[in-house]
Write a protein that binds this ligand. Sequence first.
Ligand code: GTR
Length: 328
Amino acid sequence: MSHAARAAFARGALALATLLAAAPAAQAVEFRSADIHPDDYPTVLAVRHMAELVKERSNGKMTIRVYSGSKLGSEDDSIEQVKLGALTMARVSSAAMHNICPNTRVPSLPFLFRSTDHLHEVLDSDIGTQLLKACEGAGFVGLAWYDSGSRSMYTRNKPIKTLADAKGLKIRVQQSDLSVAMVEAMGANATPMAMGEVYTSLKTGLVDAAENNFPSYESAHHYEVAKYYSLTEHSMTPEILIFSKRQWDKLSPQDQKILRDAAQESVPYMRKLWTEREAKSRAIVEKAGAQIIEVDKASFQNAMKPVYDRFVTTPEMKDLVQRIQAVQ
Ligand code: GTR
């Protein structure tokens, strides 16, 4: 080879090496994940934790960018985008999936879980795995369940102490027909709306009440406009992390495993943060003047039969409910 040819060859080799060095970056994928909660909320921190594990285990090939604080829209918007594959992931309340995949209604059934331990036992068992798959036919791979504590009622004007106090109130609920039915079974009027509209609706009196866990009541500032928090603890609807089935099917089994494992490993991390946040949020709202009220829980519980009758209709759902109740 002549000197000139050798030099040309070396230049070519160098160009090729540069190209190869850039190649992993070219193949690298960044997944976007949506959450309506602020940066310091346990769900957001949990998905960020998952993102770190995924990046490390895929040697930087897969990264996840979490968009918090509704930057990508409401929960319903995100779900639609995930279905289309325009957005890869979303952490949403499983109540937001009720009308899309009916079996997700099961863990939201009123007074179904006896305690947080009971909820964890169920979600960590094959029942939890079965329920995570409930939305695959509708375009969503369920990656993990996250805690959301229990939801309780809060009011603007007067406290709810017993079922009779809920009668006739206009109560904001999540956009789910089960949530609507639950509030109607209490003798109240349900107003389904997105979380982002609740603060103003409470403030202006469009609704008299809403219901949520302590961290959401606190972080969304609802306690400033509805200071009576009544411990009805009527539902323990968990959060769910969903992945677009369209995008999932394009991934290798190895990459799918990295994602699934990392999501699962973010669960205990999230649970720890959740317990801390519940206590912290409760302290914040109490300090700000919110009143925490004990209620006659049995009066609420006794009113829930019509909800079970209407929604637990298929043999599969009946079986799920029975199996959940049997978990010790
Ligand atoms: C919260 C949940 C949110 C959202 C909200 C609501 O507890 O974390 O994802 O669903 O409730 O009431 O809309």
